[in-house]
Design a protein around this ligand. Structure first.
Ligand code: SF4
Ligand code: SF4
Length: 336
């Protein structure tokens, strides 16, 4: 069947759970740990940034999961697909925070707020490779001392290297209004990976429902039956585990599905353990669920532990938490 057919089958049955390490997350150590834990937990997608070291770290995490699975009584039925995410300037997934020294009072409030542990104290400084651009630091800063910038990624150069390193899918984060710029980069993505699924991540912040469908129609013309639309609710907002947090993802997916264009749909942006259940309650037939902020937070304690690599009990604890999240979602959307 090949890997394309394998993934198509998984998507058609609603069996796809993707852990999102973060399109802006360039911390190989964290990506390694997340890949290991979520492979053991049964995730079939691992979303990483367009960085060769990060892709390799993810592959190492998956390989390590295969090595230790028998020790943990886990069975890995399908090797997860590593998906590389890239984004256009202006998309929140690919921005990074920077402190404006002249405005910063070194109060330290943002340090506590940053789930990624990406802000150092004395002096206050953002560790760029850990920052995922979530904006939580800016939310709590009363002094407007946080600004954002986009890391320029040269698609032509970096994407083939990521694929050589083991990535199998590509995703374009296109939460901006400029259709022309989006389609230019989408074409590059489609040409770089002609035989596998490619995904476009969209939300409704910049586009009316009509324009959203128009953009998807153009994306379909280029991608054909390889098209996945990742329907984003509120990007990187999945800190809480309730229905309200995941609600916007349903609204976006509903618009996408009503467009009637043949494609695969993933839910994302504010996703958590309630997402699959809410999709079912809303009568949405989706192909998979991508979880970022909540999935990372769930296992943060274990993967930050100094004994993570050597202590099987710590890994087992993380695996069981991750397994619960995967199961809670897929049990509501999987079909035969
Ligand atoms: S919250 Fe604002 S002022 Fe306080 S340390 Fe952070 S950036 Fe500086
Ligand atoms: S709170 Fe979010 S945007 Fe701010 S430094 Fe941390 S990861 Fe980056």
């Amino acid at each position: 069947m090949g890997r394309f057919g394998e993934l198509r089958d998984i998507l058609d049955k609603g069996r796809y759970f993707k852990v999102v390490c973060g399109a802006g997350n360039e911390d190989p150590e964290e990506v390694y740990c997340l890949s290991l834990v979520y492979t053991l937990a049964g995730a079939l997608g691992i979303d990483v940034s367009a960085n060769v070291d990060v892709v390799r770290a993810s592959m190492r995490g998956i390989d390590r999961a295969y090595e230790i699975a028998p020790l943990l009584g886990a069975e890995i039925k399908t090797r997860p697909f590593v998906n590389v995410s890239v984004g256009l300037k202006g998309d929140p997934h690919v921005r990074k925070a920077r402190i404006i020294e002249e405005h910063c009072t070194n109060c330290g409030i943002c340090v506590e707020q940053c789930e990624q542990r990406a802000i150092e104290e004395a002096p206050i400084l953002v560790i760029a490779h850990r920052c995922i651009g979530c904006g939580e630091c800016a939310e709590v800063c009363e002094f407007e001392a946080v600004e954002f910038y986009t890391n320029k990624v040269y698609f032509y150069d970096i994407l083939p290297k990521c694929i050589e390193s083991g990535a199998e899918n590509l995703e374009l984060h296109a939460i901006i209004a400029d259709d022309e710029a989006v389609m230019r980069d989408w074409k590059i993505v489609a040409d770089t990976l002609p035989d596998q699924f490619i995904s476009m991540c969209l939300d409704r912040s910049q586009l009316s429902d009509t324009r959203l469908i128009g953009r998807i129609r153009q994306a379909r013309e280029i991608a054909g039956d390889r098209l996945i639309i990742q329907a984003d609710g509120a990007p990187m907002s999945g800190g809480s585990d309730d229905f309200n947090t995941t609600l916007q993802a349903m609204a976006t997916a509903d618009v996408v599905l009503k467009g009637g264009i043949p494609l695969k749909v993933l839910l994302s942006g504010g996703t958590n353990s309630k997402t699959g259940e809410l999709a079912k309650l809303c009568g949405l037939t989706v192909n998979g669920i991508s979880v970022g902020t909540y999935a990372r937070k769930l296992v943060r304690e274990e993967i930050s532990s100094p004994s993570f690599e050597s202590d099987m009990d710590v890994i087992a604890r993380a695996m069981n938490k991750a397994k619960w999240l995967v199961y809670e979602n897929l049990k509501h959307i999987t079909r035969d």
